[in-house]
Ligand binder design. Structure first.
Ligand code: IPD
Ligand code: CA
Ligand code: CA
Length: 258
């Protein structure tokens, strides 16, 4: 499999999805609810359809896992994992911080990641073993050594009420130790911002495979260390993710212990 071609097709798909989302910025009238606070707009479904169409035109026998339409099970060796709009709550409120996230896996190993923020015109990509880029330029994680000099980012899952106590303890520990914390509302971009050194660390619980599939490869290829909260290797099916610039990883692990 030529991963350059895969990346090209994935990028075209992301840009086509972004044309739909961009055309709907600030124009969303109907918002459906998948859960009490889990939203769905026509931008999510429109973006996902064109992304899937683009992939299937080029690779008709590949499997697909997409947030809104679920699984298309075909050749199990090759799988695309799609979040057509990461940051739907932002989008539904007219906030421009969101992304299209597309990953490609061979035998369950993510080998290409693409995260595109159309409103900032920032395209993050990575190929396993070949580094990560932002708009074609290589990126790497920050060199900050201590947690007190670190800007962190986190997110709260839609079912946060089920795990409220641990979410708040972890947030409180990190807030007291760090220079600052942000909650931007797109896990894919949170990971990319760790990758390019804007944040030193990102943690979140209960994310889904499509939230982290592309972003975690981009962060890893930029030099990030990514584990669960027990310092075990991360996998997209896992319920916890901690991605840091490596230097603050152990400090973060102790702050996340509850
Ligand atoms: C959400 C965003 C958010 C995170 C949520 C995710 P969605 O994805 O990544 O930052 O905190 O847990 O579900 O629903 O906007 O694609
Ligand atoms: Ca998402
Ligand atoms: Ca989404």
């Amino acid at each position: 499999m030529d991963l350059e071609i895969v990346k090209k097709v994935g990028t075209t798909a992301a840009r086509r999805g972004a044309e739909i989302t961009h055309s709907l910025v600030g124009k969303i009238t109907k918002i459906k609810k998948k859960g009490a606070i889990d939203l769905l707009t026509e931008a999510d479904t429109g973006s996902e359809s064109i992304i899937i169409k683009t992939i299937r035109e080029n690779f008709p026998d590949h499997s697909i896992l997409a947030e809104e339409s679920g699984e298309i099970k075909q050749n199990p060796e090759y799988e695309w994992i799609i979040d057509p709009l990461d940051g739907t709550t932002n989008f539904a409120h007219g906030l421009n911080h969101y992304a299209i996230s597309i990953a490609f896996a061979i035998n369950k190993k993510i080998v290409v990641g693409i995260v595109f923020n159309p409103e900032a015109d920032e395209l993050f990509t990575a190929t396993a073993g070949k580094g990560a880029t932002l708009n074609g330029h290589p990126i790497k994680v920050s060199a900050v050594e201590s947690i007190s000099e670190s800007l962190l980012v986190t997110g709260f899952p839609y079912n946060f009420k089920d795990i409220l106590a641990t979410v708040l303890t972890r947030f409180s520990n990190c807030l007291q130790a760090a220079q600052g914390i942000r909650r931007f509302g797109s896990a894919a971009l949170d990971l990319c911002y760790v990758a390019c050194g804007r944040f030193e660390g990102f943690w979140e619980q209960n994310l889904q495979p499509w939230d982290t599939a592309a972003g975690h490869l981009i962060a890893k290829e930029a030099g990030a260390v990514i584990t669960d909260f027990s310092n075990q290797p991360f996998a997209i099916e896992k319920k916890e993710i901690l991605a840091t610039n490596d230097k603050i990883h152990h400090q973060m692990l102790s702050l996340l212990k509850v």
